[in-house]
Write a protein that binds this ligand. Sequence first.
Ligand code: FES
Ligand code: FES
Length: 163
Amino acid sequence: MPDPREPATTHEIELTVDATTRRLTVEARETLAEALRERCDALGVRIGCGEGHCGACTVDLDGATARACTVLAVQADGAAVRTVESLAGPGEPLAPLQRAFREQHALQCGFCTAGMLMSAEELLRERPRADDDEIRAALSGNLCRCTGYQGILRAVRAARDER
Ligand code: FES
Ligand code: FES
């Protein structure tokens, strides 16, 4: 257990966040989620449980989704991170998946939404014709306390069918 009276050990790392490369000084025990929010202004990354259970902090880490609250920032040194901010292309206000979430009423408070979108985006990238069971399985690690999930399922189906 680190002594809270001792100054924190820090490390220099390099991260590419939504296509921008950043050099950061992070504390040894700082999570990637904290570093993204507090040092990179990536406020689309939500921290819910902070323990790997809810999926709110889901980001793309070197091509695969990861829970940013369970990764130390130092472990991500040299990595490319994509957050929800990267989903829409240049000049596009919303990505098709984000538009589908809005049109299908797939969010209420929105706290889970960024993580849901990142998981759904990975699914549709890898399984463009994903069926309902695959959609449910892909999103099973992302918890939503508001919507009852039906709107989310409809939204992912709609985004799939628009491709
Ligand atoms: S905040 Fe990371 S899984 Fe809940
Ligand atoms: S919309 Fe509120 S937690 Fe999902």
